[in-house]
Design a protein around this ligand. Structure first.
Ligand code: NAD
Length: 427
């Protein structure tokens, strides 16, 4: 039983998405034997930093921005997690994403705790110069809180390799020498890893293919719908096309498109690279955004934001495999509806999109050792870890007779709880 004092913990993070992550934790923790004394301390984020900082806009005006970093636990090593630039990010969302990073890293066997960061900003409203100022100033504010052995950032929604390069440069300038291991997802020229950019999306496609194979569905008979056409969504699309599937639906925050005989993903990528968004793409039929997730398809890949499949649309999605490229795309209520339906295989986020953090780990290792792996080495090691993790989830699922999401969570949570229990509490 939680101590009465614990019921007042963490009002700081209170939000739909934080409650969702906590509820998932509670359900998974109930299924495994976590010692009482480790129950609450495994659940809640250890610490966070909120910063409010200025940048000077190109017209000379000084504007203030709010940013966060949440480190969930440091029991297994440094924390690891992305940095999000989005206008609606808040500390509760960041805390939930940090929790999921913890379970994900433990599930795939990385020596990391989870973390996440965010700045409340619409990055497309800034010029490149302003974005650089924002990225550098955020890192400057974070210097006392991060480090190669403490907390290592990576790209997430609204950030990319260039943002990571500015952050690495800011940190290195402060320290006095190059510190490539301070962030992952950097350009290759400054210590990035082969295979990192495509790791999350290609990993998602890899898992989708594995489950389709098990279900006896031919890739050539497979249709795919993808929400989100950034790093994860576009790489997942390319991966699925490479496997022989047809991507019939894509969308971003500006527009969604359908084409029954398959969208030319190369052309869509060219268009998005030139225009920054899909809006205005003419080589497929424009459809309302809310219809995208409800298109009939074999594989549905949400690769945008959290909580897009909820109690309102869960009964209407028409896929056989739901491959969660995004973090937290399916609410707990939607999970229950899909489980009752019994006709959809869910590949849960902490397994499905884990390829990204696995190659981030490889990048960190290469940077710490000042060495570089070939693309072949990266992909071989990545595949080994993804497949081992997938098989461990299937085994846990059989052992506990539970959903795939619960199996993934119990493995991740169980490993963190075990480490915390073994280390004990500092008196
Ligand atoms: P990104 O910024 O590169 O792309 C995000 C995409 O989502 C964009 O195309 C954007 O237009 C779209 N989008 C945003 N709001 C939307 C909306 N309301 N409706 C439809 N589309 C919308 O971000 P990303 O790195 O591809 O991340 C996508 C998801 O994958 C996030 O949940 C992120 O946490 C998760 N993820 C990313 C990585 C990584 O390596 N980048 C790793 C693991 C998980």
């Amino acid at each position: 039983m939680p101590h009465p004092n614990n019921s007042t913990l963490s009002t700081l993070y209170d939000s739909d998405v934080f409650r969702m992550a906590c509820r998932q934790y509670d359900l998974a923790a109930e299924m495994i034997d976590i010692p009482d004394e480790a129950l609450e301390r495994t659940k809640y984020p250890k610490r966070c930093l909120t910063v409010i900082f200025p940048i000077r806009r190109d017209d000379g005006v000084v504007e203030m921005y709010e940013g966060y970093r949440v480190q969930h636990h440091l029991s297994l090593g440094p924390t690891k997690g992305g940095l999000r630039f989005h206008q609606s990010v808040n500390i509760g969302e960041v805390a939930a994403l940090a929790m999921w990073m913890s379970w994900k890293c433990a599930l795939v066997g990385l020596p990391y705790g989870g973390a996440k960061g965010g700045v409340k900003v619409n990055p497309s409203s800034l010029s490149v110069h302003e974005l650089e100022g924002l990225s550098r100033r955020y890192m400057q504010e974070m210097i006392p809180f991060v480090g190669t052995d403490t907390d290592v950032m990576a790209p997430d929604v609204g950030t990319n390799e260039q943002v990571m390069a500015w952050m690495m440069d800011t940190y290195s300038t402060h320290i006095g020498h190059s510190v490539p291991a301070i962030v992952t997802g950097k350009p290759l020229s400054i210590g990035g890893s082969e295979g990192r950019r495509e790791a999350t999306g290609r990993g998602t496609a890899y898992f989708a293919k594995s489950y389709l194979n098990e279900m006896g569905i031919e890739l050539s008979d497979t249709t795919v719908v993808i929400q989100g056409f950034g790093n994860v969504g576009s790489e997942a699309a390319l991966g699925m096309v490479e496997y022989g599937a047809k991507v019939i639906g894509i969308g971003d925050h500006t527009a969604s498109f359908f084409k029954a005989d398959g969208i030319d993903i190369g052309r869509a990528l060219e268009y998005a690279a030139k225009n920054r968004v899909l809006e205005g793409f003419t080589e497929a039929e424009l459809i309302p955004n809310d219809q995208l997730l409800e298109l009939e398809c074999t594989v549905l890949i949400p690769a945008a934001l959290e909580r897009v499949i909820d109690e309102n649309n869960a009964s209407r999605i028409k896929c056989q495999v739901l491959a969660e490229g995004a973090n937290g795309p399916t609410t707990n209520a939607a999970d229950r509806i899909i489980e009752e339906r019994g006709d959809i295989e869910i590949i849960p986020d902490i397994l499905c999109n884990s390829g990204g953090v696995v190659v981030s780990y490889f990048e960190w290792l290469q940077d710490l050792q000042s060495t570089y792996w070939t693309r072949g080495q990266v992909l071989k090691k990545l595949k080994e870890i993804l497949e081992r993790s997938r098989l461990s989830v299937e085994e846990e699922r059989r052992r506990l007779n539970c959903s795939r999401r619960m199996a993934a969570l119990t493995l991740g949570i169980g490993r963190v709880a075990e480490a915390k229990h073994a280390r004990g509490i500092f008196p």
